[in-house]
Design a protein around this ligand. Structure first.
Ligand SMILES: N[C@@H](CCC(=O)N[C@@H](CS)C(=O)NCC(=O)O)C(=O)O
Length: 206
């Protein structure tokens, strides 16, 4: 039997949770290793050998070392769960579109807004909330009449978008105006193997 994939993460990180969630959804053998972010473990050796950018998540799968949550989702899907990434060119490109949304507007919107409330980050909360609205308006409209972001079944696009969207209220971004998004989140949460990220009682979630 192959050894467990090591996922270096932090319990309150949505980027880390994205990877942990996917590992659980596809049932791949893995273990989560908490990196001590508050004490800067991610900025020192030996962690920097795993990710010179000094960020979690990163994984070790045998001799493969990989950082960046979306890159890890692509790797895990291609290697262990090809059903989670479309084989056709257009479907794959559509997935990439949502990975980009996750890496840009979701990271700079709801994730950044949550950083200000959960971690006291000195970021422009109003700007983050305005980017969150932009991203959620796109998602709300896209999810009209659709169960999943791409095609007829869940893909890594859904996993990439899920966590920071679900936890947006912690950053004072309400999901009340977005019924399609809320129904989408409930569908992800009903998937076999779903694991939640630890909730924090701040912002609208207080
Ligand atoms: N693009 C990266 C972003 C990862 C990221 O921002 N990680 C945060 C935790 S959510 C981190 O490690 N922050 C620590 C730091 O930047 O010092 C990914 O998708 O993995």
């Amino acid at each position: 039997m192959s050894s467990a994939i090591r996922i270096y993460t932090f319990p309150l990180s949505g980027h880390g949770h994205r990877v942990e969630l996917f590992a659980n959804l596809i049932g791949v053998n893995h273990e989560c290793i908490t990196v001590d972010l508050p004490n800067g473990e991610h900025k020192k050796e030996p962690f920097l050998k795993l990710n010179p950018a000094g960020k979690i998540p990163a994984i070790e799968d045998g001799s493969v070392v990989l950082a960046d949550s979306n890159a890890i989702l692509v790797y895990l899907a291609r290697k262990y769960a090809p059903d989670w990434i479309p084989a056709d060119i257009v479907g794959e490109a559509q997935v990439q579109r949502f990975l980009s949304l996750a890496a840009n507007e979701i990271a700079n919107g709801p994730a950044a807004a949550r950083l200000t409330t959960v971690f006291g980050a000195q970021l422009d909360a109003e700007r983050a909330k305005s980017i969150a609205k932009y991203a959620f308006d796109i998602l709300e409209s896209h999810l009209s009449g659709r169960a999943w972001l791409v095609g007829e079944k869940p893909s890594i696009a859904d996993v990439a978008i899920y966590t920071y969207t679900a936890h947006a209220p912690e950053g004072n971004v309400s999901l009340d105006p977005y019924p399609n998004i809320r129904a989408f989140l409930a569908r992800v949460e009903a998937l076999p193997g779903f694991v939640p990220m630890q909730a924090t009682k701040v912002g609208l979630a207080a």
